[in-house]
Design a protein around this ligand. Structure first.
Ligand code: NAI
Ligand code: 15L
Length: 267
């Protein structure tokens, strides 16, 4: 596990969704990036040394404004992370992102927005993407992430708020199915990306594909080359673990969004 050294001396870095899967993975890795990691979630968690916990529901605008006040950067992981009924997605990922950007407007700082590959889930796996193509979300969840990416652009154009719109593939310790041989993002590579996002002199509002090294990937990060992010981990040692389904129409091997293609619209 990499432990990042303190970068340009951030005082307080906010991580929303800190109690979730990625939050747990990145907390120890990001500890050195700021003097204090401000961790936030609706779920309680215990803060360790160099951390503070602030409970906050992203749907509560006043609370989000207080949460962001005094922070020098935001890693925005909080929200609904899978497909499901619309109301919770609307509250956390739509109202929540609006609240976040209004809070950042009041307390200007850089944002890393955890977008998702599901903004382009309806592209086929034989299509190669740079990041500027029209989005083709595969779920209400994917649509909510398109909204987040567009909010980031709006606040960049109107107020100069910089955001890395990171379309995360699949962030977990090891790739866990055949599709993830093309989408896996190692927690260490994600932490390295966070470091670059807050270190580069000019960030702007790029789309970045959050994926580690893979010989069978679909996404081209060359437009974000100026970030200087070089994923160090590779899926190749895991390749022989998985066999592809024989049916070429199986969403796992047909669509970039994989199993999300099969999701209904939940009521
Ligand atoms: P997760 O579901 O494990 O964690 C999300 C956290 O957000 C949870 O701890 C939850 O309590 C919190 N949350 C939900 N609604 C909230 C609200 N209204 N107010 C405050 N907090 C709320 O998700 P995970 O896997 O850690 O993902 C983190 C982020 O990255 C999510 O935004 C997800 O959409 C995105 N992402 C993750 C990928 C992955 O492979 N893990 C892939 C693509 C995107
Ligand atoms: C996501 O956006 C989800 O948050 C995560 O749980 C995984 O399903 C990931 O995409 C994926 O596509 O593997």
């Amino acid at each position: 596990m990499i432990l990042l050294k303190r970068g340009r001396g951030m005082e307080r870095l906010l991580i929303t969704g800190a109690a979730g899967g990625m939050g747990r993975l990145v907390r120890p890795r990001l500890a050195g990036l700021a003097r204090i990691l401000r961790l936030s979630d609706v779920t309680e968690l215990e803060a360790g040394p160099g951390e503070e916990f602030v409970a906050c529901d992203l749907a509560d605008g006043a609370a989000v404004r207080e949460l962001v006040a005094g922070c020098n950067g935001v890693v925005h992981l909080g929200g609904i992370s899978v497909e499901g009924p619309f109301d919770p997605i609307r509250e956390a990922n739509i109202t929540g992102v609006y609240n976040l950007y209004e809070a950042v407007r009041a307390n200007p700082c850089r944002v890393l927005f955890a977008s998702s590959n599901h903004v382009v889930g309806y592209y086929r796996q034989d299509q190669r993407l740079k990041g500027y193509e029209p989005t083709l979300p595969d779920s209400l969840y994917g649509v909510s992430k398109v909204f987040g990416e567009q909010m980031a652009l709006l606040y960049w154009q109107k107020f100069g708020i910089e955001t890395a719109r990171v379309r995360i593939g699949s962030c977990e310790d090891e790739p866990s199915d055949v599709r993830r041989l093309a989408t896996w993002l190692s927690p260490d590579d994600f932490a390295r990306l966070v470091e670059r996002v807050f270190a580069v002199p000019r960030l702007g509002c790029p789309v970045v594909w959050g994926v580690s090294q893979t010989s069978t990937g679909w996404w081209d990060n060359s437009d974000a080359g100026y970030l200087g992010w070089e994923p160090q981990d590779s899926v190749e040692p895991f390749r022989n673990r998985f066999e592809a389904p024989h049916d070429p129409d199986d969403p796992l091997v047909k669509w970039q969004g994989g199993a999300f293609i099969r999701e209904p619209i939940y009521k």
